[in-house]
Design a protein around this ligand. Structure first.
Ligand code: ADP
Ligand code: MG
Length: 366
């Protein structure tokens, strides 16, 4: 049988924090690391998987597929297989080895990269005809149903549909995707603080609930439909906390729109300023930063070569993203590492997503 190899990268959020579930806007990018799947179709209905990183294997018959019956790491792959079966898409037995160079659980979405690489593997092995958005939705549904994580669609879309040297703009209501040029002089540094907040789940749900309350009080479907003006006009009817939560989301949406304009005209200095503003709003309005992330951003602000820095992802720990001038990476990494004992820096660049890497069309068919 022919050997098939597929790859999908991880991703980082560049601007637009907690905007996805508010049906707003986000700018993200694919990183230059990801997950590779190599293997071949079998003539029977058995799936055999091996993870090179985890040194684990999993074997299961297609007609016995259930999340409870398989090891947690394999659910990201088998969840996709399950989605293909449920949707009546062509799929059969196969064997595959999974290998990757993304840090797992570090906020670069190794999970979406693994799911996307699996979608592409099954498409190549068994011939399903799918558009990019359909692929992303299958990957997302696999994580919902088999892993039990109710992730948005952002990670899968960014990992699939990004292009090198561009930021990926996503409208989280319509899932329209645009590619905006990132200055060729730029490198991206992801600085993982090493801080894991014990209450992430609870805090995340509280923020979601606050945003829903704010939208309801403002009389809009989602905070995506609110402007700063509308918010100000309701200032007196809103509890202080709810007002500040909404101010963050509305501000983030406006910053993504302005940031997209800045990228279009090549104004990376303005874009970087918007990143710093975003962090400040996280710290003050949304209260999803922590002293370690603040320290990393404060250090970045004082370090030559840095255009902008902010917390990236859910917050309460995790990583910052730094846009820096090419050539200054070493100095910036040195400064960030000196600022915080447990920090781990990864130098990367806006890279091709899985479809562009495979030479497949990015045009939206679904
Ligand atoms: P993140 O998406 O931020 O990296 P998640 O917890 O969502 O973190 O996903 C990480 C999980 O994905 C790992 O714990 C593992 O189960 C699975 N995974 C990712 N890459 C691999 C790999 N190369 N081999 C095996 N499992 C992997
Ligand atoms: Mg994940």
């Amino acid at each position: 049988m022919t050997t098939i190899t597929t790859y999908a990268p991880g991703r980082a959020e560049l601007l637009g924090n907690h905007t996805d579930y508010n049906e707003g806007f986000v700018l993200a990018l694919a990183v230059d690391r990801g997950t590779t799947i190599t293997g071949q179709a079998r003539n029977d209905r058995t799936v055999r998987l091996r993870s090179r990183e985890l040194k684990l294997t999993q074997e299961i018959a297609l007609n016995q597929l259930a999340a409870e019956g398989v090891a947690p790491w394999s659910r990201y792959i088998l969840g996709v297989v399950d989605q293909f079966q449920r949707n009546g898409l062509p799929v059969g037995g196969f064997e595959a080895e999974i290998s990757g160079n993304l840090p797992l659980g570090a906020g670069l979405s190794s999970s979406a990269s693994l799911e996307n690489a699996t979608v592409l593997f099954l498409v190549r092995a068994f011939g399903a005809k799918l558009g990019p958005l359909q692929m992303a939705r299958l990957a997302q549904k696999a994580e919902h149903d088999f892993v039990g994580v109710r992730c948005g669609l952002l990670d899968q879309i960014t990992s699939l549909m990004s292009t090198a040297e561009h930021a990926t703009y996503i409208d989280c209501r319509t899932f329209e995707v645009k590619h905006l040029p990132l200055d060729g002089r730029i490198s991206v540094i992801i600085a993982n603080s090493g801080v894991k907040h014990a209450l992430v789940g609870g805090e995340y749900n509280e923020r979601r609930a606050d945003c829903e309350s704010a939208a309801q009080a403002l009389g809009v479907k989602a905070l995506r439909d609110a402007s700063t003006q509308l918010l100000h006009s309701h200032r007196d009817n809103l509890a202080d906390r709810i007002y500040h939560r909404a101010l963050h989301i509305v501000g983030e949406n406006e910053r993504v729109i302005e940031g997209s304009e800045a990228l279009r005209r090549g104004d990376i200095t303005r874009f970087g300023q918007l990143m710093f503003d975003s962090h400040e709003s996280s710290r003050h309005n949304f209260e999803n930063s922590c002293p370690e992330l603040d320290q990393l951003v404060a250090t970045a602000r004082e370090t030559p070569g840095v255009f902008g820095a902010r917390l990236s992802g859910g917050g309460f720990g995790g990583a910052t993203i730094n846009l820096v001038e090419k050539g200054s990476e070493k100095e910036v990494v040195r400064a960030l590492t000196a600022a915080l004992p447990d920090v781990n820096c990864l130098v990367t660049a806006a890279s091709d997503g899985a479809l562009a890497r495979a030479g497949l069309s990015l045009s939206r068919r679904s």
